[in-house]
Design a protein. Structure first.
Ligand code: PEP
Length: 246
């Protein structure tokens, strides 16, 4: 039985007073929930959120980490530093990092290794573009991203994977539950070929315009174990409803 998991990706949004109100309202709105829940604010606000989350069961994550452990790399933040300030999770290989920072599968693989060695749980993001889907390449693109990132990892235990079709991120378009389920089942099969022992326990999240209104239908699919949520995670009530639906 896989415990549901819902992760908020705030992207580059936030400000002190806004964050305080958002987290306070979210914790108030959050009722009994089965799902594990993680908030990933920008680096600058990790310390603030760590305090705001206090003794709640909501965990802290970062949106990225460096592929290097330490040294003269201005602007980089290492996985160990994130662990040191109380992070438990880190998103790796988000499509916006791949698109705007030219992150390759090799770089993503190095970041995954760093995250695991530091004791963080990495959430690997994969997903195809609209053009790739229309060209019938969705599965081959996702498979190449998975193999490129995971083939050299010694152990897939504890990892989570988010399937985020690029065409559904921040666009209001959502993969249909059936489309998402098909790809999640495919991802689990690819993982099974890499690490049969962990394929059935590894959690697969769907990401791409998840909202309170469509969450339950997505979570009802057998291989969808939760969500990575961007826009809707900036609305306390909507995000609490998504966590409650998982
Ligand atoms: C994301 O950024 O990971 C994401 C899924 O965004 P949104 O929910 O806004 O589509």
């Amino acid at each position: 039985m896989r415990q549901p998991l819902v992760i908020a990706n705030w992207k580059m949004h936030g400000k002190g007073a806004f964050n305080e109100a958002l987290v306070t309202d979210f914790l108030t709105a959050l009722k009994e929930h089965r799902a594990e829940c993680v908030l990933c604010p920008p680096f600058a606000y990790l310390g603030q959120l760590s305090e705001l989350l206090g003794a709640s069961d909501v965990m802290l994550g970062a949106q990225d980490c460096s592929h290097i452990d330490q040294g003269a790399y201005t602007g980089e933040v290492s996985a160990e530093m994130l662990k040191d300030i109380g992070c438990q999770w880190v998103i790796v290989g988000h499509s916006e990092r791949r698109q705007y920072h030219q992150e390759s599968d090799g770089l993503v693989a190095a970041k995954l290794g760093m995250a695991q060695r530091a004791g963080l749980v990495p959430v690997l993001c994969v997903g195809e573009t609209q053009e790739q889907r229309e060209a019938g390449q969705a599965e081959s693109v996702v498979k190449a991203q998975l193999l490129g990132a995971l083939s050299d990892l010694p152990d897939l235990n504890g990892l989570a994977i988010a399937y985020e079709p690029v065409w559904a991120i921040g666009t209001g378009l959502t993969a249909s539950p059936a489309q998402a389920q098909d790809m999640h089942a495919f991802i689990r099969d690819v993982v099974r070929d890499l690490d049969a022992g962990n394929a059935d326990t590894l959690r697969l999240l769907y990401g791409g315009s998840v909202k309170a209104a469509n969450a339950a239908e997505l979570f009802a699919q057998s291989d969808i174990d939760g969500a990575l949520v961007g826009g809707a995670s900036l609305d306390a009530k909507a995000f609490a409803a998504i966590v409650g639906a998982a």
